[in-house]
Design a protein. Structure first.
Length: 300
């Protein structure tokens, strides 16, 4: 067990892909990541080498018996196809969220991974931030009366990143992880094409019929930030609790978790809960998209 090594390949050399290459080349001492060995990376652009990592072709990555796992860091739109190729080639897969841009595809891929006995791991660094861990502690055991999570950010190319309910699934993941299962009661989206502006507003109910609102707003020059307003029977939380800086980077924490799964060190219960959360969020993202498309207001 100690000497078990998993050959890995990184697919995509954007910001996340480069972080993945860096972390695979410098694993945390005595962490599960020491069982991962980077064989190379795949990119449409031609780099040659990045530090010591060598560029290899997609065909080689799929065929090479020494590569056991793929880290997929491409644009959202190509996640589904890339996951499918690597699962079909009998490799484990780590993919950046969202794993796919439709719920149906996500369920199919998950089933495929289970049939092949492979790990399909979806990165959720938003749950690993110190800010979030503190927020979760703060919210634990309190009775929600109502709440809002409002995200603003720069413009995304939806052809590549998908509908906002999918590209913004990190926010939905927060809400489900904090407050349990949710039901969509309504969702609308306003778009101002000339200003490149989009605002999606989603209304949920918790299992206890309490209202939650998620607003995803993007436009030119908008700062990337999250605002919260969660009201409990004991009072309202309007600012994030103070959080220490973590000594371990988020991608490294995620990589350790993936390695633990490969080594069989994550309990069946944890794996089942994670699978439920990921697929549930994707199912909800699809419901939200359908609601929005029925009522979409476009201001030209």
């Amino acid at each position: 067990q100690i000497s078990k090594m998993f050959g890995t390949v990184v697919v995509g050399a954007g910001i996340a892909g480069l972080a993945r290459i860096r972390d695979l080349m410098n694993p945390m001492p005595s962490s599960p990541s020491e069982h991962l060995k980077l064989f190379g990376f795949v990119s449409r652009r031609s780099f040659g080498n990045i530090n010591e990592a060598k560029q290899i072709s997609l065909e080689d990555a799929l065929k090479n018996k020494d590569i056991h796992a793929a880290f997929i860091s491409t644009e959202n739109k190509s996640h589904e196809e890339t996951i499918r190729m690597f699962l079909e080639a009998g490799k484990h897969v780590l993919v950046e969220y969202p794993m796919a841009l439709s719920a149906k595809a996500a369920h199919e891929l998950w089933e495929m991974a289970e049939q092949k006995g492979k790990v399909l791991h979806v990165e959720h660094i938003e749950l690993l931030t110190e800010e979030y861990k503190q927020l979760k502690k703060e919210v634990a055991g309190k009775d929600l009366v109502k709440g809002t999570l409002h995200f603003t950010g720069h413009v995304l190319d939806e052809n590549k990143s998908g509908f906002p309910a999918f590209s913004g699934i990190a926010r939905l993941t927060w809400l489900i992880d904090l407050f349990g299962d949710l039901t969509v009661t309504s969702a609308t989206r306003e778009k101002q094409k000339d200003k490149n502006y989009s605002r999606m507003t989603v209304h949920f109910q918790t299992a206890n019929k309490k209202p939650l609102t998620w607003i995803e707003e993007r436009g030119p020059g908008m700062r990337r930030e999250k605002k919260i307003n969660f009201c409990f029977t004991s009072g309202c939380l309007e600012n994030f609790p103070e959080a220490p800086r973590s000594s371990v980077g988020l991608f490294m924490q995620d990589q350790n978790l993936f390695a633990k799964k490969l080594l069989g060190q994550v309990s069946k219960e944890e794996l089942a809960a994670e699978k439920w959360r990921i697929l549930r969020c994707l199912d909800l993202a699809e419901v939200i998209q359908q609601y929005c498309e029925e009522t979409e207001k476009i201001y030209l």
